[in-house]
Every structure is written in structure tokens, then in C-alpha cells.
Design a protein around this ligand. Structure first.
Ligand code: HEC
Length: 230
């Protein structure tokens, strides 16, 4: 049994066709729905414009426009991606090659590029007892020169003077050129180091004139250098 209480009203059931009034009891205010952009909506024009300008400037830096002279993206004059090594400076460290340069620039005009010299005037450096023997004596010849008669391979010289190089060439250059002499044209004596030249520079520092043959033979007699490391 149900008792009807007149104070309790059944909830208002709107008829399906009844319009919901903003003032009506069922009205619930919904937040405004912001419509999302369509996923396939074209990008804004300004994006195309910015990308286009960037691509043009980047491209123009390769083609030589160089961003209209502003050089903003200039990477210097273009060149082929692969360059050959021809002409590139390769650091030469081989003392024989370095010595060859010193020889061509300073010695070849008298001793010739063949090392053979000129009969009667400039003695040969090929198989010379002065070149293949004592390194200290050879450094002494280089630093202060030779004057007066000297016998080289049984032939006598003395009409010309061998200049000294102590003020012209560094220890390194002297060591390199002597190493070159001792390793060229069939010569097979070991290298001369810059330290050995430096020691000779100290030892013969008081020498003011060129050496004569007797002085040189006092430094060391003919024969192979016992410290030679072939
Ligand atoms: C201006 C000419 C001239 C130049 C340049 C010259 N020499 Fe000599 N060199 C001579 C003469 C001349 C003699 C022999 C000296 C003598 O007769 O008293 C000689 C002797 C020598 C000797 C000892 C003798 C021998 O034949 O083994 C050596 C080593 C030598 N020179 C090395 C050199 C080297 C290395 C250079 C370059 C750095 C050089 N000379 C540059 C003229 C020259």
C-alpha cells in the first residue's frame, strides 16, 4: 500500500518534446566547446613563407648569391668536395729529404747535384773519406770550412775555399745535410744528429779561420767513426 503524501511532488519529468528553458529546473550550463582545428587543415601561410625564405638563403649561399651580399651564411668560396693532395703542404720529417733541400740550396752549385764536384776545384762528396769518416770532423768542416791543400780520394785540391756555415745554417740543417751526404750517391754511413752538431759547435767555438787539412786530421784520423750507427 502506498500512501500519497501531497507535500511530496514527483520529480518533474519533462516531456521529450519540451524545450529545456535556461530558467527551467533541468538547465545545466555547459562550458563552451572550443572547436579543434581539423587535422588536415592547411598550415598557416606564414610557415610556408619562413621555410621558403630559409631554404632560399641556405641554397643561395652555395650558389654564390651569398645572401645578397650580406654573407650571413657564406661558407667561403665553394670548391670540389674531394680535393687532391697535390700542392698540399705535407710536413717532411725525413732528415735525408730535409737535408737534400739544404744541399740543393747551399752546396750543389760547387759540389754539383751528383755530389761529384768539379775536378781540380771542388772535391767529390761521393765515397769521400771526409764524408764517411768522423762525424765530429765532418761537423767541424761544415761549421768553419776548409782552406789550403787537401787530399780527397787521392786527388789534391786547394785552389778554392770551402766556406764555413756556422752563422748561416742551424744545427738541425747542418745535421740534416750531413745525414743526406752520408746516405746519398751510394754513400752508406749513418746519420748525424743536431746534438752532435751542437757539441761540435761548442767544441770548436773558438775557431775563427777555416781549418787546414792537418788540423782536421788532428780532430780524427781517417777511418770509420766508432760511434756511427748505420
Ligand atoms: C763555394 C763553393 C762551395 C760550396 C758552396 C760548398 N763547398 Fe764544400 N768544398 C768546397 C771546396 C773548394 C772544398 C775543398 C777545400 C779545399 O780545397 O781546401 C770543399 C770541401 C768540402 C768537404 C770535404 C772534402 C770532400 O769532398 O769530402 C765537404 C764534406 C764539403 N765540402 C761539404 C759541403 C757541403 C755539405 C756544402 C753545403 C752546405 C758545401 N760543401 C758547400 C767548396 C764549396
Amino acid at each position: 500500500m502506498s500512501q500519497h503524501n501531497p507535500d511530496i511532488q514527483p520529480p518533474h519529468q519533462p516531456h521529450p518534446n519540451e524545450a529545456i528553458q535556461p530558467t527551467g529546473p533541468d538547465f545545466v550550463e555547459m562550458p563552451d566547446v572550443v572547436s579543434l582545428p581539423d587535422a588536415h587543415e592547411p598550415l598557416p601561410f606564414w610557415i610556408y613563407l619562413v621555410c621558403g625564405v630559409a631554404l632560399f638563403l641556405a641554397g643561395s649561399s652555395f650558389t654564390g648569391f651569398a645572401t645578397f651580399g650580406m654573407g650571413l651564411m657564406d661558407q667561403g668560396p665553394g670548391g670540389p668536395a674531394i680535393t687532391s693532395n697535390k700542392g698540399a703542404e705535407v710536413a717532411v720529417t725525413d732528415p735525408v729529404l730535409l737535408g737534400k733541400k739544404v744541399y740543393s740550396g747551399n752546396c750543389a752549385n760547387c759540389h754539383q747535384s751528383s755530389g761529384e764536384g768539379q775536378p781540380g776545384a771542388y772535391p767529390s762528396l761521393v765515397n769521400s773519406e771526409w764524408v764517411l769518416g768522423s762525424k765530429e770532423r765532418l761537423a767541424a768542416i761544415m761549421l768553419h770550412g776548409i782552406s789550403g791543400p787537401i787530399t780527397v780520394k787521392g786527388a789534391s785540391y786547394g785552389t778554392q775555399v770551402m766556406p764555413g756555415w756556422s752563422t748561416v745554417l742551424t744545427d738541425d740543417k747542418i745535421a740534416n745535410v750531413l745525414t743526406y751526404l752520408r746516405a746519398s750517391w751510394g754513400n752508406t754511413a749513418g746519420p748525424v744528429s743536431a746534438d752532435e752538431v751542437s757539441a761540435a759547435r761548442d767544441k770548436f767555438g773558438s775557431q775563427t779561420a777555416a781549418f787546414c787539412e792537418a788540423d782536421l786530421l788532428k780532430i780524427a784520423p781517417h777511418g770509420p767513426d766508432p760511434t756511427d750507427k748505420k
